[in-house]
Design a protein around this ligand. Sequence first.
Ligand code: AVJ
Length: 348
Amino acid sequence: MRASAASKAESKVVSRMSKSALLEFRRSFQPIGDPISHAEFAADVRRGLSKRGQKELYSKYLYDDVGSALFDVITVLPEYGLTRADSRLLRKHAGGLAKRLDYPTLVVELGSGSGSKTRWILSAIAAKNPVTYCPVDVSTLALENCWRELRQLDSVEVVPLAQSYLDGLRQAVQLRPAGSPLLVLFLGSTLGNFNPERAEKFMADVREFMLPGDAFYLSTDLQKEIPRLIAAYDDTIGVTAAFNLNLIARINRELNADFDLSKFAHEARYDSNVNRIEMHLRSLVSQTVAIGGDFKIRLKRGETIWTESSYKFRCEDIAGLARRTGFSCEVQWVDEEWPFAQSLLRAV
Ligand code: AVJ
Protein backbone atom coordinates (compact mmCIF):
# COMPACT_ATOMS: atom_id res chain seq x y z
CA MET A 1 0.00 0.00 0.00
CA ARG A 2 1.34 3.42 0.95
CA ALA A 3 4.60 2.15 2.36
CA SER A 4 6.97 3.75 -0.13
CA ALA A 5 6.78 7.37 1.05
CA ALA A 6 6.73 6.34 4.68
CA SER A 7 9.82 4.18 4.41
CA LYS A 8 11.66 6.79 2.40
CA ALA A 9 10.89 9.32 5.12
CA GLU A 10 11.96 6.76 7.71
CA SER A 11 15.54 6.84 6.51
CA LYS A 12 15.85 10.46 7.68
CA VAL A 13 15.39 9.56 11.35
CA VAL A 14 18.66 10.06 13.15
CA SER A 15 18.01 8.18 16.35
CA ARG A 16 15.37 5.53 16.54
CA MET A 17 14.34 4.23 19.89
CA SER A 18 12.69 1.03 20.94
CA LYS A 19 9.34 1.13 22.61
CA SER A 20 10.81 0.30 26.02
CA ALA A 21 13.43 3.01 25.64
CA LEU A 22 10.76 5.53 24.73
CA LEU A 23 8.67 4.70 27.74
CA GLU A 24 11.70 5.01 30.04
CA PHE A 25 11.50 8.77 29.50
CA ARG A 26 8.34 9.11 31.50
CA ARG A 27 9.90 9.74 34.92
CA SER A 28 11.68 13.00 34.25
CA PHE A 29 10.92 15.50 31.54
CA GLN A 30 13.18 14.44 28.76
CA PRO A 31 11.63 15.11 25.38
CA ILE A 32 12.77 13.00 22.45
CA GLY A 33 14.26 14.83 19.50
CA ASP A 34 15.78 18.13 18.57
CA PRO A 35 13.20 20.14 16.68
CA ILE A 36 14.93 22.77 14.57
CA SER A 37 18.61 23.13 13.85
CA HIS A 38 20.31 26.48 14.07
CA ALA A 39 21.65 26.04 10.53
CA GLU A 40 18.20 25.38 9.11
CA PHE A 41 16.77 28.44 10.88
CA ALA A 42 19.63 30.61 9.57
CA ALA A 43 19.19 29.32 6.02
CA ASP A 44 15.42 29.85 6.04
CA VAL A 45 15.78 33.39 7.39
CA ARG A 46 18.33 34.32 4.74
CA ARG A 47 16.29 32.83 1.95
CA GLY A 48 13.04 34.46 3.10
CA LEU A 49 14.56 37.89 3.61
CA SER A 50 16.52 37.99 0.37
CA LYS A 51 13.44 37.43 -1.79
CA ARG A 52 13.15 40.10 -4.43
CA GLY A 53 9.40 40.54 -4.10
CA GLN A 54 7.53 40.07 -0.83
CA LYS A 55 9.95 39.24 2.01
CA GLU A 56 8.84 36.31 4.09
CA LEU A 57 9.56 34.36 7.29
CA TYR A 58 8.04 30.97 8.09
CA SER A 59 5.39 31.11 10.78
CA LYS A 60 6.74 27.99 12.50
CA TYR A 61 9.59 30.18 13.76
CA LEU A 62 7.13 32.26 15.80
CA TYR A 63 7.09 29.45 18.36
CA ASP A 64 10.29 29.58 20.35
CA ASP A 65 9.75 29.47 24.13
CA VAL A 66 8.92 33.19 24.27
CA GLY A 67 6.58 32.96 21.28
CA SER A 68 4.79 29.92 22.69
CA ALA A 69 4.28 31.70 26.00
CA LEU A 70 2.91 34.75 24.18
CA PHE A 71 0.61 32.51 22.17
CA ASP A 72 -0.72 31.08 25.44
CA VAL A 73 -1.68 34.65 26.40
CA ILE A 74 -3.35 35.19 23.01
CA THR A 75 -5.60 32.19 23.68
CA VAL A 76 -7.18 33.94 26.66
CA LEU A 77 -7.71 37.33 24.99
CA PRO A 78 -11.37 38.30 24.58
CA GLU A 79 -10.85 39.00 20.86
CA TYR A 80 -9.32 35.61 20.08
CA GLY A 81 -12.25 33.22 20.07
CA LEU A 82 -10.56 30.22 18.44
CA THR A 83 -9.11 28.43 21.46
CA ARG A 84 -12.21 28.77 23.61
CA ALA A 85 -14.34 27.44 20.74
CA ASP A 86 -11.95 24.51 20.34
CA SER A 87 -12.08 23.72 24.07
CA ARG A 88 -15.87 24.01 24.24
CA LEU A 89 -16.30 21.60 21.35
CA LEU A 90 -13.82 19.08 22.72
CA ARG A 91 -15.31 19.22 26.16
CA LYS A 92 -18.79 18.70 24.80
CA HIS A 93 -17.93 15.86 22.44
CA ALA A 94 -15.05 14.08 24.21
CA GLY A 95 -17.19 11.32 25.69
CA GLY A 96 -19.00 10.57 22.44
CA LEU A 97 -15.78 10.71 20.48
CA ALA A 98 -13.90 8.32 22.79
CA LYS A 99 -16.73 5.83 22.49
CA ARG A 100 -17.12 6.18 18.73
CA LEU A 101 -13.38 5.57 18.31
CA ASP A 102 -13.51 2.60 20.66
CA TYR A 103 -11.02 4.01 23.18
CA PRO A 104 -7.77 4.25 21.19
CA THR A 105 -4.63 3.23 23.09
CA LEU A 106 -2.38 5.72 21.29
CA VAL A 107 -3.16 9.43 20.90
CA VAL A 108 -0.71 11.66 19.00
CA GLU A 109 -1.18 15.42 19.09
CA LEU A 110 0.53 17.51 16.42
CA GLY A 111 1.40 20.95 17.78
CA SER A 112 0.19 20.24 21.28
CA GLY A 113 1.43 23.48 22.80
CA SER A 114 0.68 23.25 26.50
CA GLY A 115 -2.05 20.68 25.80
CA SER A 116 -4.81 22.29 27.83
CA LYS A 117 -7.61 21.33 25.41
CA THR A 118 -6.53 17.72 25.26
CA ARG A 119 -7.37 16.91 28.86
CA TRP A 120 -11.02 16.27 27.97
CA ILE A 121 -10.47 13.67 25.32
CA LEU A 122 -7.65 11.94 27.22
CA SER A 123 -9.64 11.57 30.39
CA ALA A 124 -12.64 10.29 28.44
CA ILE A 125 -10.47 7.57 26.90
CA ALA A 126 -8.52 6.79 30.07
CA ALA A 127 -11.75 6.28 32.03
CA LYS A 128 -12.07 3.06 30.04
CA ASN A 129 -8.56 2.07 28.89
CA PRO A 130 -4.95 3.08 29.59
CA VAL A 131 -3.66 5.37 26.87
CA THR A 132 -0.27 6.58 25.63
CA TYR A 133 -0.28 10.25 24.70
CA CYS A 134 2.46 11.67 22.44
CA PRO A 135 2.41 15.46 22.25
CA VAL A 136 4.57 16.73 19.36
CA ASP A 137 5.79 20.32 19.50
CA VAL A 138 8.83 22.41 18.56
CA SER A 139 8.75 24.37 21.83
CA THR A 140 10.28 22.35 24.67
CA LEU A 141 8.85 24.76 27.21
CA ALA A 142 5.32 24.19 25.90
CA LEU A 143 5.98 20.44 25.89
CA GLU A 144 7.18 20.49 29.45
CA ASN A 145 4.05 22.35 30.56
CA CYS A 146 1.96 19.83 28.66
CA TRP A 147 3.81 16.89 30.19
CA ARG A 148 3.53 18.29 33.73
CA GLU A 149 -0.18 18.97 33.31
CA LEU A 150 -1.36 15.78 31.64
CA ARG A 151 0.85 13.16 33.27
CA GLN A 152 -1.28 13.68 36.38
CA LEU A 153 -4.24 12.03 34.69
CA ASP A 154 -4.80 8.44 35.76
CA SER A 155 -3.98 5.80 33.15
CA VAL A 156 -2.29 8.29 30.84
CA GLU A 157 1.33 7.79 29.82
CA VAL A 158 2.85 10.97 28.33
CA VAL A 159 5.72 10.61 25.83
CA PRO A 160 6.71 14.13 24.68
CA LEU A 161 8.30 14.51 21.26
CA ALA A 162 10.21 17.74 20.53
CA GLN A 163 10.07 17.33 16.79
CA SER A 164 8.42 18.63 13.68
CA TYR A 165 4.95 17.20 13.05
CA LEU A 166 5.83 14.45 10.62
CA ASP A 167 9.04 13.37 12.37
CA GLY A 168 7.08 13.20 15.63
CA LEU A 169 4.27 11.23 14.06
CA ARG A 170 6.75 8.80 12.50
CA GLN A 171 8.30 8.22 15.92
CA ALA A 172 4.97 7.99 17.71
CA VAL A 173 3.33 5.36 15.50
CA GLN A 174 6.06 2.93 16.56
CA LEU A 175 4.34 2.84 19.94
CA ARG A 176 1.09 1.53 18.53
CA PRO A 177 0.21 -1.90 19.88
CA ALA A 178 -0.61 -4.21 16.98
CA GLY A 179 -4.25 -4.13 16.00
CA SER A 180 -5.28 -1.19 18.15
CA PRO A 181 -6.67 2.06 16.75
CA LEU A 182 -4.75 5.30 16.56
CA LEU A 183 -6.09 8.81 17.10
CA VAL A 184 -4.18 11.79 15.69
CA LEU A 185 -5.22 15.24 16.93
CA PHE A 186 -4.52 18.42 15.00
CA LEU A 187 -6.29 21.14 16.93
CA GLY A 188 -6.22 24.92 17.10
CA SER A 189 -6.67 25.47 13.34
CA THR A 190 -2.95 25.11 12.77
CA LEU A 191 -3.75 23.55 9.37
CA GLY A 192 -4.77 27.10 8.40
CA ASN A 193 -1.14 28.22 8.54
CA PHE A 194 -0.39 26.12 5.46
CA ASN A 195 -1.29 27.36 2.00
CA PRO A 196 -3.89 25.12 0.30
CA GLU A 197 -1.32 23.01 -1.60
CA ARG A 198 0.79 22.44 1.48
CA ALA A 199 -2.28 21.67 3.59
CA GLU A 200 -3.29 18.98 1.14
CA LYS A 201 0.22 17.56 0.95
CA PHE A 202 0.43 17.58 4.74
CA MET A 203 -2.84 15.67 5.13
CA ALA A 204 -1.69 13.11 2.57
CA ASP A 205 1.63 12.76 4.44
CA VAL A 206 -0.18 12.22 7.74
CA ARG A 207 -2.36 9.61 6.06
CA GLU A 208 0.77 7.63 5.11
CA PHE A 209 1.45 6.93 8.76
CA MET A 210 -2.09 5.73 9.45
CA LEU A 211 -4.02 2.53 8.79
CA PRO A 212 -7.58 2.24 7.51
CA GLY A 213 -9.98 2.91 10.37
CA ASP A 214 -7.59 5.20 12.27
CA ALA A 215 -8.91 8.64 13.20
CA PHE A 216 -7.69 12.15 12.44
CA TYR A 217 -9.44 14.80 14.50
CA LEU A 218 -9.03 18.20 12.92
CA SER A 219 -9.95 21.69 14.15
CA THR A 220 -10.35 24.56 11.71
CA ASP A 221 -11.43 28.15 12.10
CA LEU A 222 -14.31 29.10 9.82
CA GLN A 223 -14.98 32.15 7.67
CA LYS A 224 -16.73 34.92 9.57
CA GLU A 225 -17.17 38.71 9.61
CA ILE A 226 -13.90 40.37 8.66
CA PRO A 227 -13.77 42.93 11.52
CA ARG A 228 -14.06 40.07 14.02
CA LEU A 229 -11.19 38.28 12.36
CA ILE A 230 -9.00 41.37 12.20
CA ALA A 231 -9.62 42.08 15.90
CA ALA A 232 -8.58 38.51 16.75
CA TYR A 233 -5.20 39.10 15.09
CA ASP A 234 -4.72 42.69 16.20
CA ASP A 235 -5.83 42.82 19.82
CA THR A 236 -6.07 46.10 21.73
CA ILE A 237 -3.38 45.41 24.31
CA GLY A 238 -0.78 44.39 21.76
CA VAL A 239 -0.11 40.76 22.67
CA THR A 240 -0.37 39.62 19.05
CA ALA A 241 1.91 42.52 18.07
CA ALA A 242 4.46 41.26 20.62
CA PHE A 243 4.03 37.71 19.33
CA ASN A 244 4.76 38.89 15.80
CA LEU A 245 7.66 41.19 16.78
CA ASN A 246 9.19 38.37 18.82
CA LEU A 247 10.07 36.69 15.54
CA ILE A 248 12.62 39.38 14.67
CA ALA A 249 13.69 39.59 18.33
CA ARG A 250 14.38 35.86 18.09
CA ILE A 251 16.49 36.43 14.98
CA ASN A 252 18.44 39.03 16.98
CA ARG A 253 18.93 36.54 19.83
CA GLU A 254 19.77 33.45 17.86
CA LEU A 255 21.32 34.74 14.65
CA ASN A 256 23.06 37.81 15.96
CA ALA A 257 21.00 40.32 13.98
CA ASP A 258 20.36 43.98 14.74
CA PHE A 259 16.65 44.49 14.03
CA ASP A 260 15.46 47.64 15.84
CA LEU A 261 11.98 46.58 16.99
CA SER A 262 10.83 50.19 17.37
CA LYS A 263 11.18 50.58 13.60
CA PHE A 264 8.60 47.88 12.83
CA ALA A 265 4.84 47.71 13.28
CA HIS A 266 2.58 44.70 13.53
CA GLU A 267 -0.12 44.47 10.88
CA ALA A 268 -3.02 42.07 10.38
CA ARG A 269 -4.98 42.08 7.13
CA TYR A 270 -7.58 39.88 5.50
CA ASP A 271 -7.40 38.78 1.88
CA SER A 272 -10.98 37.92 0.98
CA ASN A 273 -9.98 36.46 -2.41
CA VAL A 274 -8.26 33.57 -0.68
CA ASN A 275 -9.92 33.77 2.76
CA ARG A 276 -6.88 34.27 4.88
CA ILE A 277 -5.59 36.53 7.60
CA GLU A 278 -2.04 37.66 7.01
CA MET A 279 0.36 38.95 9.63
CA HIS A 280 3.09 41.27 8.49
CA LEU A 281 5.84 43.35 10.07
CA ARG A 282 5.89 46.76 8.40
CA SER A 283 9.13 48.69 8.21
CA LEU A 284 8.42 52.21 9.45
CA VAL A 285 11.55 53.71 7.86
CA SER A 286 13.98 52.93 5.12
CA GLN A 287 16.60 50.81 6.86
CA THR A 288 19.34 48.21 6.65
CA VAL A 289 19.48 45.22 8.98
CA ALA A 290 22.56 43.06 9.53
CA ILE A 291 22.15 39.38 10.28
CA GLY A 292 25.10 37.40 11.59
CA GLY A 293 27.87 39.72 10.43
CA ASP A 294 28.03 38.64 6.78
CA PHE A 295 24.50 39.25 5.59
CA LYS A 296 22.55 42.49 5.17
CA ILE A 297 19.04 43.26 4.03
CA ARG A 298 17.56 46.53 2.94
CA LEU A 299 13.96 47.45 3.70
CA LYS A 300 12.12 50.34 2.10
CA ARG A 301 9.89 52.52 4.20
CA GLY A 302 6.45 50.85 4.23
CA GLU A 303 7.74 47.49 2.97
CA THR A 304 6.57 44.43 4.89
CA ILE A 305 7.87 41.04 5.97
CA TRP A 306 5.08 38.47 5.74
CA THR A 307 5.18 36.28 8.85
CA GLU A 308 2.00 34.20 8.90
CA SER A 309 -1.11 33.20 6.99
CA SER A 310 -4.15 31.86 8.74
CA TYR A 311 -6.67 30.45 6.30
CA LYS A 312 -10.36 30.46 7.17
CA PHE A 313 -12.47 27.56 5.92
CA ARG A 314 -16.01 26.49 5.15
CA CYS A 315 -17.16 23.13 6.52
CA GLU A 316 -17.40 21.66 3.03
CA ASP A 317 -13.77 22.63 2.31
CA ILE A 318 -12.66 20.18 5.01
CA ALA A 319 -14.78 17.33 3.71
CA GLY A 320 -13.31 17.88 0.23
CA LEU A 321 -9.75 18.05 1.54
CA ALA A 322 -10.35 14.82 3.47
CA ARG A 323 -11.68 13.01 0.42
CA ARG A 324 -8.71 14.02 -1.70
CA THR A 325 -6.18 12.81 0.88
CA GLY A 326 -7.43 9.35 1.83
CA PHE A 327 -9.93 10.17 4.56
CA SER A 328 -13.69 10.31 4.86
CA CYS A 329 -15.34 13.01 6.95
CA GLU A 330 -17.46 11.15 9.48
CA VAL A 331 -18.84 13.97 11.63
CA GLN A 332 -18.42 17.69 11.96
CA TRP A 333 -19.24 19.90 14.90
CA VAL A 334 -19.47 23.68 14.81
CA ASP A 335 -19.30 26.07 17.75
CA GLU A 336 -22.25 28.45 18.10
CA GLU A 337 -20.45 31.41 19.58
CA TRP A 338 -17.36 31.55 17.38
CA PRO A 339 -17.79 29.82 14.01
CA PHE A 340 -15.19 27.06 14.30
CA ALA A 341 -15.32 23.40 13.26
CA GLN A 342 -14.03 20.08 14.50
CA SER A 343 -14.08 17.27 11.96
CA LEU A 344 -13.62 13.57 12.61
CA LEU A 345 -11.84 12.13 9.59
CA ARG A 346 -11.46 8.40 9.14
CA ALA A 347 -8.57 6.90 7.19
CA VAL A 348 -10.11 4.83 4.39
C1 AVJ B 1 -1.90 28.70 16.56
C2 AVJ B 1 -1.74 28.82 14.23
C3 AVJ B 1 -3.85 28.55 15.24
O1 AVJ B 1 -3.36 31.08 13.17
O2 AVJ B 1 -4.77 31.66 14.71
C4 AVJ B 1 -2.59 33.56 16.71
C5 AVJ B 1 -1.54 31.50 15.54
N1 AVJ B 1 -1.28 33.94 15.05
N2 AVJ B 1 -2.51 34.88 16.52
C6 AVJ B 1 -3.70 31.19 14.37
C7 AVJ B 1 -1.81 32.96 15.77
C8 AVJ B 1 -1.72 35.11 15.53
C9 AVJ B 1 -2.77 30.69 15.46
N3 AVJ B 1 -2.55 29.21 15.37
